[in-house]
Structures are given as C-alpha cells and as structure tokens.
Write a protein that binds this ligand. Structure first.
Ligand code: NAD
Length: 357
C-alpha cells in the first residue's frame, strides 16, 4: 500500500546482516523480565529505544542496555520517534486497552509494530489498528511467542497433519493466581476482561493451531466468584467450548484464582499433550507413544528475530494483526455467550486469511 503524503516513509530495504532497532513501549514485568533480556540474544534486531512514563525507569534501562539519551522517550514525546531512523520496530507492551492508541501512533510515525496480546479490547479497535498499519505501509505482528516454541510446534504438526487420525477432543486450561487486588488486570477499563483475555487467549489460539481450523461457534459460562470484592470488574473464571465445522469441541477454562497450564488433544489413534503448555520455559510434552524431547528456546528472542527477518525479506509475519483480530472476535463472542447463556455463531474475517492459523 502507498504511504500517505503526510506520513514518514516506512522503514524498509534492510540488508541481510542489519540489526533492526527495537523500541519497547511500557517497561513493566514482561519487558523487564522477558523482552529486554531476549533482545540481548537476538541476532537480527536489538534494543534501540524505550518509552516509559517514569524517568527513573528510563534511566535504569539506559544504564543496563547502554542506550543513548535521545533514545529515551516518555508518552508525551512518543510521536517524535518519527524523527528517529534508528527505530525500525515498536513493540507495544502496555495494558491491553492502551494497545490501540500506541499501535496507531507508532504506525503513523512510520514504524513497523509488534503488539502484545490481546491485540485490543474491542473488535473495532483491532480493525482501526490494522487499517492504520496498512495505510502507513508498515507491518503489524502479534506477540504470540508460542509459535516459536518446539513443543507447541509439535502440537501443531501432530494435529494439523492428523498424525494420530482425526481429533476427537481438545482440552485447554490456562489459569493463574492473579495476585494483588489493585493491578490493571483487575480493572476493566485497562484490561478489557479477566482471565479469558489475558490467559485464555492462549487456549483460544491453541485450539486453532492444533486443528488448523477456525471455530464456527462458541458457548461459555462464567464460573462462580469466590472473591466478589477482588473480582468486581472482571470475571474470576470462565469456561467455554469452541466448536469446529466437523463437530469437534475444544473445552477450555481459564481462572484467576488457581494455577493451571494444559493443552491435551485426543485423536482417533492416540493422544498428545503439553503440561505446562504456555510457559516461557520448562514445557513438557507427552504422547500416547512416548515423551516429547525438544531443546529449549528463548521464545521471545526467536519471535522478534522472526519478525525482523520478515521485514528484511518483505514477507508477512506468520502471526499478523489479523490473527489477533480473529482472537478478539472469538473472545468477544465467548463473553456474549457467557452473558446471554446462548451459543454464539461466529462470522470471522474473510477466508483468504485462512493461512494464518
Ligand atoms: P505490567 O503491569 O508489569 O506493565 C505494564 C506497564 O505499562 C508498566 O510499565 C506501567 O507503568 C505501564 N503503564 C502505562 N500506563 C499505565 C496505566 N494507565 N496503568 C497501568 N500501567 C500503565 O504488565 P505486563 O505484565 O508487562 O503486561 C503488559 C502487556 O504485555 C499486556 O498486554 C499483557 O497482556 C502482555 N503480556 C504478554 C505476555 C506474553 O507471554 N506474551 C506475558 C505478560 C504480559
């Protein structure tokens, strides 16, 4: 797509050996614990800049990652990144409802974007974000790190290639004890939902990448609240079914008041499962034929390198914004079903995006 006249040119024409500059926006736990350290291991990109509202945090990152003063941004001067040619990729790691604003601002500054999950808190926001990136001629990728983990890749292979025959049943659980009461994850305005959108999104995604298909309907129920004061604004737990065209059901659950981390697939001639399935490391896989054995990878490092390689080769990311949009459409329907008690039929994005499973 052509750049609009008033927009800076999108970065492009990279050389094979170039280290693309990444900017992290939001220096909370995920950036500090995972993405920053991963960017010390990446081979196609490196940390170039950060944005945070906290000057002390910016200073700390400057020292740890040897950043230049002019590469430290606040949210107020964020738009000045358009004048910083060293930034190629902006990675949005803010609370969920802030993703839309910052993805759009990054796109308007002519930067390629990675956005954390969930892409946004509404379908309309997802569509605006995708449109803004298209109009700016920049690429939008999701932070779906499990696409780069060998155990989850094996689940995709076993399921999509029907190695053990047709899938009969999928069971998925991603739950965590959410912890203290005042965090943004428990505030609807910032999170857009409870465990479904923060953890359950992994189950929603896994059911699709194991089958290689999109669901056609969902039904769901909220679980009873054991701490109604803590869970005033979002659900404490939710269980849902995703129904596929051939009648296959994925039974999923996600809770904020216990731990759980399972992806199990039962097929005609055997079963395969991961437990834990969605962690950063320490994944374990078993099949009815024996244990899985794969080397550990730094999921985030491979994920960011993969996007950098896509940009160098001018290829689409295999985890594009459209995939994030589809998951938000599905989760919106799951909430609608839990609220109304009705099964909700899904009408997802056009079929030519089917390659993005
Ligand atoms: P966090 O609370 O640790 O960090 C959020 C950051 O946003 C903080 O630096 C905070 O200062 C900043 N912020 C700016 N405005 C804010 C506001 N109004 N309220 C609260 N914080 C504000 O959260 P996190 O765990 O780093 O999560 C950030 C994003 O990353 C979320 O979208 C989350 O879903 C995603 N995430 C993804 C993974 C993954 O495995 N892919 C893991 C954790 C988090």
């Amino acid at each position: 797509m052509e750049n609009q006249a008033n927009m800076p040119a999108a970065p492009g024409n990279y050389t094979e050996n170039q280290m693309l500059g990444v900017m992290l926006v939001g220096l909370g736990e995920y950036s500090s614990g995972q993405l920053g350290p991963a960017l010390k291991e990446t081979k196609h990109c490196c940390l170039k800049a950060v944005a945070s509202g906290d000057p002390a945090k910016r200073k700390k990152w400057q020292q740890e990652y040897n950043l230049k003063e002019e590469d430290l941004y606040s949210y107020d001067n964020f738009d000045d990144i358009k004048n910083n040619p060293g930034i190629d990729i902006v990675y949005i790691v803010l609370p969920n409802s802030m993703h839309a604003e910052y993805v759009i601002r990054a796109a308007k500054a002519g930067k390629h974007v990675i956005c954390e999950k969930p892409l946004a808190t509404t379908v309309a926001d997802c569509q605006r974000m995708i449109r803004a990136c298209q109009e700016a001629g920049v690429k939008l990728s999701m932070g779906y790190r499990l696409y780069f983990d060998h155990f989850n890749q094996e689940m995709m292979r076993l399921g999509q290639e029907k190695v053990m025959g047709n899938i009969k049943r999928i069971i998925a659980d991603d739950s965590m004890d959410v912890g203290e009461k005042n965090q943004w994850r428990l505030k609807y305005q910032l999170s857009g939902g409870g465990p479904l959108v923060n953890n359950g999104v992994y189950c929603v995604r896994a059911a699709q990448y194991v089958t290689g298909e999109w669901p056609v309907a969902v039904s769901a129920r909220f679980l009873p609240k054991t701490d109604p004061d803590k869970f005033k604004e979002v659900e404490e737990g939710i269980e849902w079914e995703m129904e596929f065209e051939n009648g296959l059901i994925a039974s999923c659950v996600s809770s904020y008041s216990r731990n759980g981390n399972l992806l199990r697939v039962e097929a005609e001639n055997g079963w395969f499962e991961l437990e834990p399935a969605y962690e950063y490391e320490g994944l374990k896989g078993k099949t009815s034929q024996g244990d899985m054995d794969f080397p550990a990878v730094n999921q985030q490092a491979v994920q960011m390198d993969d996007f950098a390689i896509c940009l160098k080769n001018k290829e689409e990311s295999r985890i594009p914004g459209e995939m994030g949009l589809r998951d938000v459409q599905i989760m919106t329907a799951i909430y609608e079903s839990a609220k109304t008690g009705k099964k909700i039929k899904l009408q997802l994005a056009p079929a030519d995006n089917l390659i993005h499973i």
